[in-house]
Design a protein around this ligand. Sequence first.
Ligand SMILES: Nc1ncnc2c1ncn2[C@@H]1O[C@H](COP(=O)(O)OP(=O)(O)O)[C@@H](O)[C@H]1O
Ligand SMILES: [Mg+2]
Length: 259
Amino acid sequence: MIREITILPGFDKDGSREGFNELNLKAGETVSIVGPTGSGKTALISDIELLAQGDTATKRKVLINGTVPDEQTRYNPALKPIAMITQNTKCFADLTVVEFLEIHARARKIENDSIIEETIVLANNFTGEKIYAGNRVTTLSGGQTRSLLIADAILIGAAPIILLDEIENAGIFKQEVIELIVDSGKVIVFVTHDPVIALHTDRRIIMENGAIKGILGRDESEIHVAQNLIILDQRIGAIREELRAGKVISNELALLNLA
Ligand SMILES: Nc1ncnc2c1ncn2[C@@H]1O[C@H](COP(=O)(O)OP(=O)(O)O)[C@@H](O)[C@H]1O
Ligand SMILES: [Mg+2]
């Protein structure tokens, strides 16, 4: 059981020690990592992914439930408590969507047969490009692949820690992702440039020059802004889908979709 992971400070790109004591991420908590390109966001989640022990560029250490994870946890993929999904994540196996999910469910010793269908339904909640059971995973688009892998990580994968590196930029419906994973009881970390996602997480980690520069919680006004942003974002999303379908966006149509 993973109750929390702890990140112990390392060094920024100039070799100065990071200015926090320790950062604890608890099960059920969502966190976003924000900061300019090159500021070390991917390096930070990679440290979590690798369960770094001072052996990465940043020299950070990552603990599970307050202790150093054993070698098995670090290096045995079957025991690894972490799922990381990036823009470059691809499925390489020459399998259909169903075969891919079945193999994973079997590896996880999940008996429930309906889990495969549920996972495909959930994945289709995240993407406008429909995923079919018989599609070959190698032919899925970037957005479809990420949607499938997120659904798989939530329903089939046992990983209590999910790391998502800038998943917003390719055909993913983020409201759905946010709604469905915030209650998952997992530690979920989003690297994101997207204000909707950043404002929906419990805390924000601010990166600069390879270091964690700040950790912010949300106050009432940000929660309010986040709610308004979702509505705005859904409007933009609706228009995006119309455009993708080749439609002309009249004022009237735009208004209809604003409801
Ligand atoms: N603390 C650090 N010390 C040394 N190198 C770092 C550190 N943090 C990041 N880097 C390196 O800087 C580069 C950019 O970092 P990256 O994590 O990819 O930035 P981002 O994801 O924010 O765009 C990478 O090559 C990374 O390995
Ligand atoms: Mg990055």
